[in-house]
Design a protein around this ligand. Structure first.
Ligand SMILES: *[C@@H]1O[C@H](CO)[C@@H](O)[C@H](O)[C@H]1NC(C)=O
Length: 153
Protein backbone atom coordinates (compact mmCIF):
# COMPACT_ATOMS: atom_id res chain seq x y z
CA UNK A 1 0.00 0.00 0.00
CA UNK A 2 2.75 2.43 0.95
CA UNK A 3 4.79 1.43 -2.08
CA UNK A 4 1.80 1.76 -4.35
CA UNK A 5 1.14 5.31 -3.22
CA UNK A 6 4.79 6.26 -3.75
CA UNK A 7 4.84 4.77 -7.24
CA UNK A 8 1.68 6.66 -8.01
CA UNK A 9 3.21 9.92 -6.84
CA UNK A 10 6.20 9.37 -9.08
CA UNK A 11 3.99 8.70 -12.09
CA UNK A 12 1.93 11.81 -11.53
CA UNK A 13 4.90 13.88 -10.51
CA UNK A 14 6.26 13.35 -14.02
CA UNK A 15 2.89 14.31 -15.40
CA UNK A 16 2.96 17.51 -13.38
CA UNK A 17 6.33 18.52 -14.80
CA UNK A 18 5.34 17.89 -18.40
CA UNK A 19 1.96 19.53 -18.12
CA UNK A 20 1.81 23.25 -17.45
CA UNK A 21 -1.94 23.69 -17.54
CA UNK A 22 -3.78 24.85 -14.47
CA UNK A 23 -5.63 21.69 -13.52
CA UNK A 24 -8.10 21.25 -10.66
CA UNK A 25 -6.85 17.96 -9.18
CA UNK A 26 -3.47 17.77 -7.45
CA UNK A 27 -1.04 14.95 -8.18
CA UNK A 28 -1.54 13.58 -4.66
CA UNK A 29 -5.27 13.49 -5.17
CA UNK A 30 -4.99 11.82 -8.58
CA UNK A 31 -2.70 9.25 -7.00
CA UNK A 32 -5.21 8.44 -4.28
CA UNK A 33 -8.15 8.20 -6.68
CA UNK A 34 -6.04 5.89 -8.85
CA UNK A 35 -5.00 3.84 -5.83
CA UNK A 36 -8.55 3.51 -4.53
CA UNK A 37 -9.93 2.67 -7.98
CA UNK A 38 -7.60 -0.19 -8.87
CA UNK A 39 -4.52 -0.16 -6.64
CA UNK A 40 -3.35 2.03 -9.50
CA UNK A 41 -2.88 -1.05 -11.63
CA UNK A 42 -1.49 0.57 -14.73
CA UNK A 43 -1.54 -2.69 -16.67
CA UNK A 44 -5.23 -3.35 -16.08
CA UNK A 45 -7.34 -3.12 -19.21
CA UNK A 46 -11.12 -3.19 -19.67
CA UNK A 47 -13.60 -5.18 -17.62
CA UNK A 48 -17.35 -4.77 -17.56
CA UNK A 49 -18.07 -1.20 -18.58
CA UNK A 50 -14.86 0.30 -17.19
CA UNK A 51 -11.26 0.57 -18.40
CA UNK A 52 -7.86 1.32 -16.98
CA UNK A 53 -6.32 2.25 -13.63
CA UNK A 54 -9.01 4.87 -12.88
CA UNK A 55 -11.81 2.52 -13.98
CA UNK A 56 -13.30 5.05 -16.37
CA UNK A 57 -16.62 4.48 -18.11
CA UNK A 58 -17.20 5.61 -21.68
CA UNK A 59 -19.68 8.24 -20.44
CA UNK A 60 -17.16 9.65 -17.96
CA UNK A 61 -14.48 9.82 -20.62
CA UNK A 62 -16.91 11.44 -23.05
CA UNK A 63 -18.04 14.04 -20.49
CA UNK A 64 -14.40 14.77 -19.68
CA UNK A 65 -13.83 16.11 -23.18
CA UNK A 66 -12.63 12.90 -24.90
CA UNK A 67 -8.88 13.29 -24.46
CA UNK A 68 -6.93 10.82 -26.63
CA UNK A 69 -3.58 9.09 -26.62
CA UNK A 70 -1.08 10.07 -29.33
CA UNK A 71 -3.46 12.56 -30.96
CA UNK A 72 -5.82 9.80 -31.95
CA UNK A 73 -9.18 10.99 -33.27
CA UNK A 74 -11.77 11.02 -30.45
CA UNK A 75 -14.10 9.27 -32.89
CA UNK A 76 -11.73 6.37 -33.54
CA UNK A 77 -13.14 3.03 -32.28
CA UNK A 78 -10.34 2.53 -29.75
CA UNK A 79 -10.05 6.12 -28.60
CA UNK A 80 -11.82 5.58 -25.27
CA UNK A 81 -10.17 2.32 -24.26
CA UNK A 82 -6.73 3.48 -25.42
CA UNK A 83 -7.01 6.65 -23.35
CA UNK A 84 -8.54 5.02 -20.28
CA UNK A 85 -5.85 2.34 -20.35
CA UNK A 86 -3.04 4.88 -20.50
CA UNK A 87 -2.16 6.37 -17.12
CA UNK A 88 -1.33 9.81 -18.45
CA UNK A 89 -4.34 10.10 -20.76
CA UNK A 90 -6.67 8.67 -18.11
CA UNK A 91 -5.39 11.26 -15.62
CA UNK A 92 -6.16 13.97 -18.19
CA UNK A 93 -9.65 12.57 -18.46
CA UNK A 94 -10.09 12.80 -14.68
CA UNK A 95 -8.86 16.40 -14.78
CA UNK A 96 -11.27 17.25 -17.59
CA UNK A 97 -14.16 15.65 -15.76
CA UNK A 98 -13.39 17.49 -12.53
CA UNK A 99 -12.85 20.76 -14.38
CA UNK A 100 -16.38 20.43 -15.66
CA UNK A 101 -18.13 19.08 -12.57
CA UNK A 102 -16.15 20.38 -9.59
CA UNK A 103 -18.47 21.21 -6.72
CA UNK A 104 -18.78 20.95 -2.95
CA UNK A 105 -20.35 17.49 -2.69
CA UNK A 106 -19.97 17.04 1.06
CA UNK A 107 -21.06 20.53 2.10
CA UNK A 108 -17.88 21.56 3.94
CA UNK A 109 -17.61 24.85 2.01
CA UNK A 110 -14.54 23.87 0.05
CA UNK A 111 -13.83 21.87 -3.08
CA UNK A 112 -11.05 19.42 -2.42
CA UNK A 113 -9.98 15.85 -3.01
CA UNK A 114 -12.80 14.44 -0.85
CA UNK A 115 -15.23 16.04 -3.30
CA UNK A 116 -13.28 14.83 -6.34
CA UNK A 117 -13.34 11.28 -4.97
CA UNK A 118 -17.13 11.49 -4.53
CA UNK A 119 -17.54 12.90 -8.03
CA UNK A 120 -15.31 10.16 -9.42
CA UNK A 121 -17.54 7.48 -7.94
CA UNK A 122 -20.98 9.08 -8.14
CA UNK A 123 -20.64 11.34 -11.16
CA UNK A 124 -21.07 15.03 -11.66
CA UNK A 125 -24.82 15.06 -11.13
CA UNK A 126 -25.19 12.80 -8.11
CA UNK A 127 -22.40 13.42 -5.61
CA UNK A 128 -24.20 15.59 -3.08
CA UNK A 129 -24.92 13.92 0.24
CA UNK A 130 -23.30 10.63 -0.78
CA UNK A 131 -20.60 8.54 0.86
CA UNK A 132 -17.73 6.77 -0.85
CA UNK A 133 -18.60 3.14 -1.59
CA UNK A 134 -16.38 0.40 -0.15
CA UNK A 135 -13.70 -0.73 -0.66
CA UNK A 136 -12.94 2.50 -2.54
CA UNK A 137 -13.52 4.64 0.57
CA UNK A 138 -11.12 2.77 2.83
CA UNK A 139 -8.44 2.68 0.15
CA UNK A 140 -8.88 6.40 -0.51
CA UNK A 141 -8.62 7.38 3.17
CA UNK A 142 -5.55 5.21 3.75
CA UNK A 143 -3.81 6.76 0.76
CA UNK A 144 -4.75 10.28 1.81
CA UNK A 145 -3.33 9.69 5.27
CA UNK A 146 -0.02 8.63 3.72
CA UNK A 147 0.42 11.28 1.06
CA UNK A 148 -0.67 14.06 3.39
CA UNK A 149 -4.17 15.38 3.71
CA UNK A 150 -3.15 19.00 4.30
CA UNK A 151 -2.19 20.31 0.91
CA UNK A 152 -4.37 18.23 -1.36
CA UNK A 153 -7.06 19.95 -3.27
C1 LIG B 1 -3.45 -5.72 -12.85
O1 LIG B 1 -4.42 -6.01 -13.82
C2 LIG B 1 -4.09 -7.12 -14.62
C3 LIG B 1 -5.14 -7.22 -15.73
O2 LIG B 1 -6.44 -7.12 -15.23
C4 LIG B 1 -4.04 -8.37 -13.73
O3 LIG B 1 -3.72 -9.49 -14.51
C5 LIG B 1 -3.00 -8.16 -12.66
O4 LIG B 1 -3.00 -9.23 -11.77
C6 LIG B 1 -3.26 -6.86 -11.91
N1 LIG B 1 -2.12 -6.58 -11.02
C7 LIG B 1 -2.30 -6.34 -9.73
C8 LIG B 1 -1.07 -5.98 -8.98
O5 LIG B 1 -3.39 -6.37 -9.19
Amino acid sequence: MYLSAVVVLVIFGITAITCQEDLPVTQQCLGCICHASSGCNTTSSCGGDVCGPFRLTWAYWSDSGKPTKNNESPDAPGAYSNCAGDTYCAALSVQGYMQRFQQDCNGDNKIDCDDFALIHKHGGYGCKGTQLPEPFGTQYRECKAIVGGQQQN
